[in-house]
Design a protein around this ligand. Structure first.
Ligand SMILES: *Cc1c(COP(=O)(O)O)cnc(C)c1O
Length: 383
């Protein structure tokens, strides 16, 4: 099955008992047993047919064996950290999603699991960070908001050689473009709140693995810790995922046009977009991924101008999050990355005038005209 067909026919998303092509929302907490211990589903936290629909679906899309659905991306990532124990050490991409940084450094750390934040675009730095107690490497590629690219296959080789587990947060690329398990990763995690759901209406997280032993442990944690996705949210997520292909294709075109426009605009001194051949991670990204995605960041000289642009756009919605049908705009320094001290923020390249775009499904001409008009207004004000 090719990938667009798989989006329609993958997973167990047709109801076996009625043939309903939209899997029903099995809004039940418990299931009648045919005799003691004789059942398919037992209790709603342990398993639910609608949740199983989305779990088998993501497992197929990521070319893994088993999938697990959680109440949010953070709940999914938390479940993965629960594979480890006090005394263990994890290496994490240094500009990982802010919530993951907070989880690792403020919550998981209290349970005796230590994280080192390392520039994973550099294999020597990962090698140097490995200690006897290191158990896993957790990477994100491309990252947010600077779209830094890590070589999944190379890191997988390094991780395997050292007997560690490689976890990849694949939220930005989605399995439509990038399938880390096929490149040697052991676990993939998603904030399905973003592209997979795609309509800004469901907070959800997914985990996939191709390793039976890890799958057993993950199911034990999912049931034991209990942060499961509800039947209704599972249904919404399946509904969103069916159109992932057409959305990602359209977003790809739009992002490319907007990135070109920004690159040629005199007020923009830097554009971060992995689709540009001079982007530092372009060649690696192209090897491991079939598309460049819908995230673009660009820098104007001052925070004042950036704020004016944000104020004057009509079609870009000022909001956190990403990956939905509507284009979004944000100012990382004041929003998603506000908790990072300014000095560290500037050091990693998140300048005050950096604007992040998540490109949606509007006409690219409208998006470009909208940005052009906002640039004009921001200039009038600064003169
Ligand atoms: C949003 C996001 C998360 C967290 O997911 P939630 O669904 O918001 O809990 C994790 N990783 C990345 C890359 C994200 O963008």
């Amino acid at each position: 099955m090719r990938k667009k067909t798989k989006l329609i026919h993958g997973g167990k998303t047709v109801d076996q008992s009625t043939g309903a092509v939209s899997l029903p929302i099995f809004q039940a907490t418990t299931f009648k047993q045919d005799g003691v211990g004789n059942f398919t589903y037992e209790y709603g936290r342990t398993g639910n047919p609608t949740r199983e629909g989305v779990e088998t679906f993501i497992a197929d899309l990521e070319e893994g064996k088993r999938g697990f659905a959680f109440a949010s991306g953070m709940a999914a990532i938390t479940a993965v950290t629960q594979l480890f124990s006090a005394g263990d050490h994890i290496i994490v991409t240094d500009d990982v999603y802010g919530g993951t940084f907070r989880l690792m450094s403020k919550i998981v750390s209290r349970f005796g699991i230590e994280a080192s934040f390392v520039d994973t675009t550099n294999q020597d730095k990962i090698q140097a960070a490995i200690r006897p107690e290191t158990k896993a490497v957790f990477i994100e590629t491309p990252t947010n908001p600077l779209l830094k690219v890590t070589d999944i296959e190379a890191i997988a080789a390094l991780v395997n050689k050292n007997g560690l587990t490689l976890v990849v947060d694949n939220t930005f690329s989605t399995p439509y473009w990038q399938r880390p398990l096929t490149l040697g990763a052991d676990i993939v995690v998603h904030s399905a709140t973003k592209y997979l759901g795609g309509h800004s209406d469901v907070v959800s997280g997914l985990v996939v693995t191709n390793n039976d032993e890890l799958a057993e442990k993950l199911h034990f944690i999912q049931n034991g810790a209990g942060a499961v996705l509800s039947p209704h949210d599972s249904w919404l997520l399946i509904r969103g995922m069916k159109t992932l292909g057409v959305r990602m294709e359209e977003i790809e075109q739009n992002a490319n046009s907007v990135a070109q426009f920004l690159r040629n605009h005199p007020d923009v001194h830097k554009v971060y977009y992995p689709g540009f051949s001079d982007h530092p991670g372009h060649h690696i990204h192209k090897q491991q991924s079939e598309g460049f995605g819908g995230m673009i960041s660009f820098a104007v000289s001052t925070e004042e101008q950036a704020l004016e642009i944000l104020k004057n756009v009509k079609y870009f919605t000022l909001a956190e999050s990403l990956g939905a049908v509507e284009s979004l705009i944000s100012l990382p320094a004041k929003m998603t990355h506000a908790s990072i001290p300014r000095e560290r923020r500037l050091k990693i390249g998140i300048e005050d005038g950096l604007i992040r775009l998540s490109i949606g499904l509007e006409d690219s001409e409208d998006l470009i005209e909208d940005l052009a008009a906002a640039f004009e207004k921001s200039k009038q004000l600064s003169h």
